[in-house]
Structures are given as C-alpha cells and as structure tokens.
Design a protein around this ligand. Structure first.
Ligand code: EPU
Length: 353
C-alpha cells in the first residue's frame, strides 16, 4: 500500500508519510501477526516533531518500534507506530583514553559491533549477534557473555513524545539495571531514542570470565584472544544455542534470570543441588531461568504453534504461524510449572503488548 502524504497542521513542516493499516508481521522478530492503525517511519529528530504536529496523529497513543526484537504483539496496535529508522555512524572523538562513537538508533546492532571492530575500536565484541537495533539496546540494557551495554555507554539523545524537545541522558540518568532502564519505567512510552554514544576505553581489556568463553580458551589453547577472536567465539556460541530470528521467529531470552534472597537460594540448592546459580555481590543469587524451565521438562515442547527451543529452554519460538496469544499461553504455562516446582515467579523480558 502506498503511504499517504499528510501535511502537518499549519506547521510549515514537510508532510509525513503515513502507512495506514500496516501489517507489523515483518517488523517483529517473533513474526507475530498484528496491524498498526497507522505507521510513520522516523528518519530524523524533526520527523518526530512532524508527527506530534499532525492534526490526526499528534495526540494519538504512540508505540516506538526499533528492530522489534523485544516485543510480543498479542493484538492490533491502535494509534501510531513510530518505526525508528535514524541512520548514521561516526567517531566523535579519539584520545589516549578511548573512542567516543555516535550511532543512529535505527542502525542494526550487530552491524555496528562488526563495524567498530573493523575500524579498530574494540569493546563491543561480547555483544555480537544480539538481534535488534541500536536504539533498543539501552532500553533493556542488553547484555551477554559478561558485558552489558551500560559498561560501554556514554550518553544518548532522545525526543520527548509530548513536547517534541530533544533531551540528552547520561549513564546515571538512564538508571540501568539488569535488562532494565528508565525507558522501561518512568520514561516508558514517553520518549524516542534517536542517537546513542558509546565509550570504548583504551587500553582494551578482554572480558573472558563467562564459562562459555573459558571453554573456548581451553579448546583452542588461545588464552590471550584478540577482540576479533572473541567476536568470532561469541558468534559461534550464540549460533550453536540460539535460533536466528531470520529463520525461526523469537525474541531471544523470553524470561529474565530471577534474583532470589540468600535464604531462598540455600533452600533451592538444598533441594536441587545441581541448579545453575550465580552469587551476587550483595549475597543474593541469580538463578539460570533456562535451567529451571528445562528441569520442568519444557525443552522442545509446544502449545499450539508456539514452542520452547530445543537447544535453549529460555527461548520461545514461533514454529510457523503462531499468534501472540499462543506465545502468551505457553509463557503462562511455563511460569506456572516453574512456580509450582520451585516457588519462583519468572518475569518476561520482552514487552507484551
Ligand atoms: N541451561 C540449562 N538448560 C537450558 C538452558 C540453559 O540447563 O535449556 C543452563 C546452561 O547449561 C547454563 C545456564 O543455564 O549453565 C545459563 O545458560 P546460558 O549460558 O545459555 O545463559 P542464560 O542465563 O540462559 C543469559 C542471557 C542471554 C545471554 C547469555 C550469555 C538473560 C535473560 N539471558 O542467558 O541473553 O546471551 O546469558 O550471556 O539474562 C537475551 O537477553 O535475549 C539473551 C539471549
């Protein structure tokens, strides 16, 4: 369908292209069916202001969509979807202390990790192959193999979805937590991230503490790998246990790894000594949700056309033609059985809409 060009109301700004009744199936990595009443592609900050000035869509509810790798669409989206397509990448500053790199929110995350390495700026290699866009990365503070986005973050620019003003947020203002940030809490639905800046410090230090990477060192005998080697290892590890969304619809880990009190942890270990757990600095303990789900026998199981991935029980997959409702039904069944056996409530990682 051809987008309709609607002039913004008396603003003197260029028209915005609105796609009406737009299917979102290709815009979410789960491949779930849903339709947006209206969709506008955002290529620059001013595009956001054009939407806000629009006579029809200015005040409509707005959903910001990046790479669609962190949403479960259970119904059609009323209001307007803002599809972030702000591109661009540049070195802002280079010094003896490191590199400051700025990237448009619409860029593909993995492409940017590969590009920084190609430029000779290491630091993002442990985060290779995470599906999604650069703008979505701070929202859930993506993390893998011992590194979180917040460890390499400098600041970001966002546009306020009510006032249309630009704001810049530093690490402190983003309130990063485990798969969490201010954008999932106080600022949820209130701003659109347009650019993210990364700080890649010098001298580069490899992050090799994660078990899967230790195994790679032992296997290859390479105990001082380069950033490029770590990148290749992470890609290989992920490809071996996580499904490629281009082939099998999924959103990566479906649940967060639950954090429990020291008492609860002791109790669970007492009953299941082999449980995979990681002690945290404050005495609490993070449990591997994948292990809990696996222990309840869910690996490879399905509810309708939604299933649990054969090689990683933390990942739910679309076996072909699944609906959001089927995914949610499966997720609830998993939550109930984990609660029934371990007394632990699993919390979903993606936004369920
Ligand atoms: N495990 C099982 N059975 C399973 C899955 C896992 O026993 O079916 C055990 C594994 O053997 C391992 C432990 O659970 O001992 C942890 O598994 P894994 O190393 O695969 O990591 P994870 O805790 O399941 C987290 C992140 C991933 C990230 C990896 C590597 C969360 C929710 N998930 O997974 O992030 O790639 O660590 O750092 O924190 C994502 O967020 O989408 C994501 C993929």
């Amino acid at each position: 369908m051809q987008p309709r060009r609607d002039p913004p109301h008396d603003s003197g700004l260029a028209p915005i292209a609105v796609e009406y009744r737009r299917s979102l199936r290709d815009f979410n990595t789960f491949g779930l069916p849903a339709t947006a009443t209206a969709l506008v592609r955002i290529a620059c900050d001013a595009d956001v202001r054009r939407v806000l000035d629009h006579h029809e869509h200015g005040r409509a509810p707005k959903l910001v969509l990046g790479g669609g790798s962190n949403v479960v669409l259970t119904r059609d989206v009323a209001g307007v979807v803002l599809k972030v397509e702000v591109m661009g990448r540049r070195l802002v500053q280079e010094s003896a202390e490191g590199w400051l790199v700025e990237v448009g929110a619409g860029e593909n995350w993995h492409d940017i990790v590969a590009w920084t390495l190609d430029q000779g700026w290491p630091g993002l290699e442990n985060l290779a192959l995470i599906p999604g866009s650069v703008g979505a990365a701070p929202v859930q503070n993506i993390g893998a193999y011992g590194v979180e986005l917040k460890d390499r973050f400098h600041s970001l620019d966002a546009v306020d979805l009510v006032t249309g003003r630009n704001v810049t947020l530093d690490t402190q203002a983003c309130h990063f937590g485990y798969r969490d940030s201010v954008f999932k809490n106080d600022l949820a639905g209130k701003s659109l991230i347009v650019r993210v800046r990364f700080w890649l410090p010098r001298p580069w230090q490899p992050m090799l503490g994660y078990l899967d990477l230790e195994r790679k060192m032992a296997e290859t005998g390479d105990t001082a790998p380069s950033a490029r080697t770590i990148f290749d290892w992470v890609c290989a590890i992920r490809r071996a246990k996580l499904p490629d969304p281009a082939e099998i619809g999924n959103v990566g880990s479906f649940f967060k790894n639950p954090v429990v009190s020291p008492e609860q942890c002791r109790d669970i270990i007492g009953r299941d000594p082999e449980i995979v757990h990681y002690p945290l600095a404050d005495g609490s303990c993070k449990l591997a949700a994948g292990w809990l789900i696996d222990a309840c026998g869910w690996k490879g199981k399905s509810v309708g056309r939604a299933g649990v991935y054969e090689r990683q029980a933390l990942v739910l997959v679309n076996r072909g033609g699944a609906t959001g409702a089927e995914v949610v039904t499966l997720a609830r069944a998993i939550q109930e059985s984990v609660y029934g056996r371990f007394g632990i409530r699993l919390e979903p990682e993606p936004m369920i809409l």
